[in-house]
Design a protein around this ligand. Sequence first.
Ligand code: MUC
Ligand code: MG
Length: 370
Amino acid sequence: MLTIESLTCWLVDIPTIRPHKLSMATMGCQTLTIVRMQCAEGVVGWGEATTIGGLSYGAESPEAIRSAIETYLSPLLCGQTFSGVAALAEKMNASVKGNTFAKSALETAFLDAQGKLLGLPVSALLGGAITDRLPVLWTLASGDTDKDIEEGKRLLAEGRHDTFKLKIGARDLKTDIRHALAIKAALGEEVSVRVDVNQAWDFTTAVKGMSQLQDGGIDLVEQPTPLWDREGLITLSQRFDVPILADEAVATSHDGFALAHGGFSGAYALKIAKAGGPAQALKLAHVAQAAGVALYGGTMLEGSLGTVASLHAWSTVKMQWGTEMFGPLLLKDDIVVTPLDFRQGLVSLPQGPGLDVEIDLDKLRYYARH
Ligand code: MUC
Ligand code: MG
């Protein structure tokens, strides 16, 4: 049992190490919404909700996430006692529609506090880790083909990553295909290269694009078509050998069920923010497992706090396509005392109680918006 006493929220702005270009936005800075949950039992839990490019990626902006927590969720939850995340989710969902990013930060903070109280890592509260190191790819998205090749070769030489994702869809099809295939050719046969179109193509463009990407040796095509076009995504997944990774189209277990029921084959990108928290994202994972759909650990380019929360969840299931939990490496700085350990294409799962992330309060204050 855990009684939530108070919730405090900060908006934290941290610059990125280089511009990160997606089909819908170019990021030069990432805004983390950070939550501190004080519990009556004397433990404190921390959570993070992070989106990409203000309102250009998802329906919740960082400012709206903070407002939903402060105006609606905090009065609903403070003073209440919960046995675990099932009861917490039921309470939040009964009174607050949507707002899965805000709910994710709160579910994360609750799990962190509960783990600290029980002396267990969050992974143990979610079913137990089946691995303590998870594969992590890197996204090449400087917007410049030569720079991306240089960055990819450097990371391969350093042994930090062996798999890459490219962001395409902002430019015309010909330019994007040339860009993707030039990078694939430069990095070589042995290196897995995937692309994320972030919904930028209509169905006919996707048919053209996918056949060229398939012929050029691209391993996985992520969210080629708009999130509403479920039929289109299913048809593409059946028409091509190169598998599709559904991202924006699959937020919750209900989306996962509908896509699989419609005949989708391929993989689902899990993200704690899309589903409403680490435990909610695992509901989607379990639907996928039941349907024979593969899994991938997705990111909203969170800092270390949100990344570790995701890793605890991802460690409890088999990720056939690995993960992209590199968010902290894209940021110039972070608000944690000890950075995560990334090496040899893997990241280590913290093993201590709760999330096992210590917040650097000076850095939190320094980067917090006033
Ligand atoms: C997305 O759509 O997958 C994940 C990695 C990255 O570079 O952007 C994100 C968002
Ligand atoms: Mg994506």
